[in-house]
Design a protein around this ligand. Structure first.
Ligand SMILES: [Zn+2]
Length: 71
C-alpha cells in the first residue's frame, strides 16, 4: 500500500456502521457481511488481529482485494 493511513482511520472505520462499499455494517466489524464473506480465508482471519498487531496491513490487503474483485 503506497500511502500509509494513520491509526485513527482504522479506528473510525472499525467503529462506523457503514462499510467502505457503502452498505450498512455492524460497529466493531471491519466490513459488511457481503464484503467479509467475499474475502479469502487468510484475509478473513487477518482482520481479526488487533490494531497495531497486523490489523492495519490485513485491512489494507482486504481493501485491495475487495477493490479488484468485488467493488
Ligand atoms: Zn461492504
Amino acid at each position: 500500500m503506497a500511502n500509509k493511513k494513520d491509526q485513527a482511520f482504522y479506528i473510525k472505520e472499525f467503529a462506523s456502521n457503514e462499510c467502505l462499499c457503502g452498505k450498512p455494517k455492524k460497529r466493531g466489524f471491519s466490513f459488511c457481511y457481503k464484503c467479509y464473506m467475499a474475502l479469502p480465508h487468510d484475509l478473513k482471519r487477518g482482520v481479526y488481529q488487533q490494531l497495531g498487531f497486523g490489523y492495519e496491513e490485513a485491512f489494507d490487503e482486504a481493501c485491495e482485494y475487495l477493490q479488484s474483485e468485488v467493488w
